[in-house]
Design a protein around this ligand. Structure first.
Ligand SMILES: [Zn+2]
Length: 74
Protein backbone atom coordinates (compact mmCIF):
# COMPACT_ATOMS: atom_id res chain seq x y z
CA UNK A 1 0.00 0.00 0.00
CA UNK A 2 1.30 3.40 -0.97
CA UNK A 3 1.24 5.96 1.81
CA UNK A 4 -1.06 8.79 0.81
CA UNK A 5 0.62 12.18 1.03
CA UNK A 6 -1.13 14.86 3.01
CA UNK A 7 -2.88 17.77 1.31
CA UNK A 8 -0.08 20.09 2.46
CA UNK A 9 2.60 17.86 0.95
CA UNK A 10 0.65 17.58 -2.30
CA UNK A 11 0.19 21.35 -2.46
CA UNK A 12 3.91 21.87 -1.91
CA UNK A 13 4.84 19.31 -4.56
CA UNK A 14 2.37 20.81 -7.02
CA UNK A 15 3.77 24.28 -6.40
CA UNK A 16 7.27 23.01 -7.08
CA UNK A 17 6.20 21.00 -10.14
CA UNK A 18 4.38 24.04 -11.49
CA UNK A 19 7.43 26.26 -10.96
CA UNK A 20 9.55 23.96 -13.13
CA UNK A 21 6.85 23.37 -15.72
CA UNK A 22 5.84 19.88 -14.68
CA UNK A 23 2.56 18.32 -13.74
CA UNK A 24 2.32 16.26 -10.61
CA UNK A 25 0.57 12.98 -11.14
CA UNK A 26 0.14 9.68 -9.41
CA UNK A 27 -1.32 6.42 -10.54
CA UNK A 28 -4.63 5.02 -9.53
CA UNK A 29 -3.93 2.02 -7.33
CA UNK A 30 -6.81 0.15 -8.95
CA UNK A 31 -6.64 0.84 -12.69
CA UNK A 32 -3.17 2.46 -12.91
CA UNK A 33 -4.55 5.48 -14.74
CA UNK A 34 -2.54 8.71 -14.28
CA UNK A 35 -4.23 11.14 -11.92
CA UNK A 36 -3.62 14.84 -11.46
CA UNK A 37 -6.70 15.98 -9.62
CA UNK A 38 -5.65 17.02 -6.08
CA UNK A 39 -8.38 14.88 -4.56
CA UNK A 40 -7.37 11.89 -6.65
CA UNK A 41 -3.70 12.45 -5.76
CA UNK A 42 -4.55 12.31 -2.11
CA UNK A 43 -6.48 9.07 -2.37
CA UNK A 44 -4.34 7.47 -5.10
CA UNK A 45 -7.65 6.62 -6.70
CA UNK A 46 -9.54 8.13 -9.60
CA UNK A 47 -13.12 9.29 -9.09
CA UNK A 48 -14.54 6.13 -10.65
CA UNK A 49 -12.42 3.75 -8.61
CA UNK A 50 -12.94 5.84 -5.51
CA UNK A 51 -16.67 5.40 -5.86
CA UNK A 52 -16.15 1.66 -6.24
CA UNK A 53 -13.92 1.57 -3.18
CA UNK A 54 -16.40 3.51 -1.11
CA UNK A 55 -19.64 1.85 -2.01
CA UNK A 56 -18.46 -1.27 -3.82
CA UNK A 57 -21.40 -0.76 -6.12
CA UNK A 58 -21.81 1.69 -8.93
CA UNK A 59 -24.82 4.00 -9.05
CA UNK A 60 -25.77 2.47 -12.39
CA UNK A 61 -25.86 -1.02 -10.92
CA UNK A 62 -27.93 0.08 -7.95
CA UNK A 63 -30.58 -2.45 -7.21
CA UNK A 64 -34.08 -1.14 -7.47
CA UNK A 65 -35.74 -1.32 -4.15
CA UNK A 66 -39.48 -1.16 -4.38
CA UNK A 67 -41.27 0.17 -1.41
CA UNK A 68 -44.69 -1.30 -1.40
CA UNK A 69 -47.23 0.73 0.43
CA UNK A 70 -50.73 -0.53 0.69
CA UNK A 71 -53.16 2.23 0.07
CA UNK A 72 -56.27 1.63 2.03
CA UNK A 73 -59.40 3.61 1.51
CA UNK A 74 -60.72 4.47 4.85
ZN1 LIG B 1 -8.77 3.92 -11.22
Amino acid sequence: MIAAPTAAVIAEMQRYADSVGLVLTTRCTRCKAPLWNPKSLHHHLGPVCRAKENGLDTPAKKSVQTVTGTRSNG
